[in-house]
Design a protein around this ligand. Structure first.
Ligand code: AMP
Ligand code: MN
Ligand code: MN
Ligand code: MN
Length: 276
C-alpha cells in the first residue's frame, strides 16, 4: 500500500471549522499518514497541529495557502514544508492579512449599502483565527437567510459583479513563490481546475508559475473527474512540474471533499514528496 498523503487542508486559523489539533485527529481517523495544514495567508495553526501530530503519529507538513493576483485573477499558491518563522515569509503574509482586514470592512460597507446590515460583526462571529475570509461572510449570510446555502451566497453577493465583491489585491506570483522558496518550502499551484480557465489560459498560468520558479501543481484536488486529472497530469508533465494531492478540506459541514479520500497521484507524475 502506498502512503496516504493529503497536502491541502484548513483549520480555524483561517476558514476551516476544525481546530488545528481537531483537524489532525480527524486526519488520523481517516487514515491520512501525511497531512499538510495550509491555512490562507497564515501559519498560526502550525504549532498546535505539530504538537497534535507528534502525539497522534501523523506526519505534519507545515504549509500555507497564499492568495495571489495574476492578471486580475485570484489564484492560490501552496507553500509546503515552509519554515513559518522565516522573516520574509512572515512579512509577506502579514501584508496579505492587512489587506484582508481592510477588505472585510469594505465588503461590509458595500453589503450595508445594499441593505444587508451588520455583516462585519456577523462575519467576525465565525472567524476564530487571525484572518477574515469571504467564507466567514458566507456563513453569516447563509445563517441569516440571505440565501439558501453558502454556494448561493457567493453567487448572489460575493463574486465579481455582485454587491459585496471587492477585487483582490493579493501578492504577485513571483513574490509569493519567492517567499516560499526563501522559507525553504516548495511552491505548488493549488486546484488548477477551479479557476475555470480555458486550456490556453490555464497553460499561460502554468507557464507563468513555472517561470517564477514554482515547483509543482495539484494534479489531484478534492473531488475531481478522471478526465480533469488526466488533463492536469499532461500539463504538469509538459512543464516538468511535480504533482501534489490535496482535499482542500474545510471541515465536516457540507464537506466538498473528505480528508484523505482523493484518488492517488497518477504513476507518471513525479510527486512533490519524492525528495523528502
Ligand atoms: P477569500 O480568500 O477570503 O476571498 O475566500 C476564498 C474562500 O472562499 C475559498 O478558499 C473557499 O474556501 C471559499 N469559496 C470561494 N468561492 C466559493 C464557492 N463558490 N463555494 C464555496 N466556497 C467558496
Ligand atoms: Mn478557504
Ligand atoms: Mn484555494
Ligand atoms: Mn484551500
Amino acid at each position: 500500500m502506498s502512503r496516504i498523503y493529503d497536502l491541502h487542508a484548513h483549520s480555524t486559523a483561517s476558514d476551516g471549522t476544525l481546530s488545528p489539533s481537531g483537524l489532525v485527529a480527524h486526519a488520523r481517523d481517516q487514515g491520512v499518514e501525511t497531512l499538510a495544514l495550509t491555512d490562507h495567508d497564515d501559519t498560526s495553526g502550525l504549532a498546535e497541529a505539530q504538537e497534535a501530530a507528534g502525539r497522534l503519529g501523523v506526519e505534519l507538513v507545515p504549509g500555507v495557502e497564499i492568495s495571489v493576483t495574476w492578471n486580475d485573477l485570484t489564484v492560490h499558491v501552496l507553500g509546503l514544508r515552509i519554515d513559518p518563522e522565516h522573516p520574509g515569509l512572515r512579512r509577506g503574509l502579514a501584508g496579505l492579512r492587512s489587506f484582508r482586514d481592510w477588505r472585510a470592512e469594505e465588503i461590509a460597507r458595500r453589503l450595508s449599502a445594499h441593505g444587508v446590515p451588520g455583516a462585519l460583526e456577523g462575519a467576525l462571529h465565525y472567524a476564530h483565527g487571525p484572518i477574515i475570509s469571504r467564507t466567514h461572510f458566507a456563513r453569516f449570510l447563509a445563517a441569516g437567510g440571505w440565501a439558501k446555502d453558502p454556494a448561493q451566497v457567493y453567487r448572489r453577493y460575493l463574486v465579481g459583479g455582485k454587491p459585496g465583491h471587492v477585487p483582490g489585491r493579493w501578492a504577485d506570483m513571483a513574490q509569493a513563490v519567492g517567499w516560499i522558496n526563501a522559507a525553504g518550502g516548495q511552491a505548488v499551484l493549488a486546484h488548477p481546475a477551479r479557476y475555470r480557465l480555458t486550456a490556453t489560459r490555464l497553460g499561460q498560468l502554468l507557464d507563468a508559475f513555472h517561470a517564477c520558479d514554482g515547483m509543482g501543481m495539484e494534479v489531484v484536488s478534492g473531488r475531481q473527474t478522471p478526465t480533469v486529472t488526466a488533463h492536469l497530469l499532461g500539463c504538469a508533465l509538459r512543464r516538468g512540474l511535480r504533482g501534489s494531492v490535496g482535499s482542500d478540506y474545510h471541515g465536516p459541514e457540507g464537506a466538498v471533499a473528505e480528508l484523505g479520500r482523493m484518488a492517488g497521484l497518477p504513476p507518471a507524475s513525479r510527486p512533490v514528496w519524492q525528495t523528502w
